[in-house]
Ligand binder design. Sequence first.
Ligand SMILES: [Mn+2]
Length: 486
Amino acid sequence: MYPTRGRAEDCLALTWRLMRRRRRDSRRRDCERVSAVFSAAPGRSLRDNVAPPYSSDMSDHLTSNHLTLRRRRAASAWRDAGLGDDLVLVGAGEPIGIPGGADQQFPFHTHAEYYWLTESECAGAVLTYDPAEGWTDFVPRVTDGERVWEGRTQAPGEPLENLPAWLAARRGRRWVMLGCPPAGAPFDAERAAPLRDALSHARRPKDQHELDRMRRAIAATAAGFRVAADMIRPGATERAIQIEMEAEFARRGGEGTAYGTIVGVGTNAAVLHFSPGARAVRAGDLVLIDAGAEVQRYAADVTRTFVAGPPSAEQRALYELVLSVEQNGIRRCVAGAEWRDVHLAAAGEIAQGLVDFGLLRGGADSLVEQDAHALFFPHGLGHMVGLGVRDASGFLPGRTRSTRPGLANLRMDLPLEPGYVVTVEPGIYFIAALLDNPDNRAKHRDTVNWELADRLRDFGGIRIEDNVLVTAEGPEVLTAAIPKTL
Ligand SMILES: [Mn+2]
């Protein structure tokens, strides 16, 4: 669909066209908004007409030292990845309008690659890198309408309309688009892939600035979990727990949730990404909560599982198993450890635990090889967390995703290094869709105690998740203040 190779001159006409359309659109939007003011019924608040704000925390970002260091890290990673004298453009991205929603837009965040290099939420901006000359921040001019309706001020940087001239001055050189390419811009995915991998790799070790934001997100999250833990009793609904928890995040400095809060009661605890609903806790239910606050784009990602009332023998046995697998997993988060080995060790422990519990039959290694454990632990042990909930996870260059059920859901395949923050989140679930699948029943006829599996089909699920900072001295559990004893 797009040219396979982006060259500066191919882009000029297109860039101009895009920018003309953008200006026209924003003029039209301004006109619509202004006419809306005059047609607004008396007494109606002007706020009703305002599109949701997207903030601009632009304070001195062009000179900030930690951003200079990040840009240096990115440039050297690209050089090592063979950038040569190619140009790099990192697009911030554009807000997405709600279909049929008039002026309404979905909440906007700039692309993580752009944000990491700028700490700016400036929509439509483009950061460029010329290996010979360095970095240039191109930003759209703030419109009068944006000043009036959203209180926006001009972001610092070069006017975006100078970008075509910047490209024209480098005519004949190849360029690569990262971040969010503007709609219709030439995008060479093949050329971008190694540079994106290199940037992801450079982003993985967290700097102090990032860790500070994460610690604040985690403090708000811990407060929310304290509120939730007090609510686990018969009658509380998933939705009520979610509301109180998210309110506490906000009261304790969270700016929002880092992802959709999961509160699953009973069998809903076995739905990996469950959205809370009207279901109320009954005595003896498992309640799984996976939630995290966000502070200045940085996320916490924590799971705890509760029992409403005294746990049954089976709940206690499987809870203790998940907890011991989690604690052993955390201990293995040391510099140099291969994440896939950390995951496979956890898989082996879950298999052995389920043999002891009477649910699986055979040797742990052989069960893991046959992926029998993945019927009850169908996801990876964790992922990177930080700038967003799955920050810069992925694969080292040359590594590809396995198709084996026990490894296919690994979100990363790389060795851990100091500064990485990973989640460790083993779980055991009774998922009807997996247990009722005839192929699974046939394949694992002899390795699963199906009578016990069927008896526990309404058990739900247990997951325990912490955020772990890898340091030269060993793992530091950033979320240690959130209790996890049953
Ligand atoms: Mn997670």
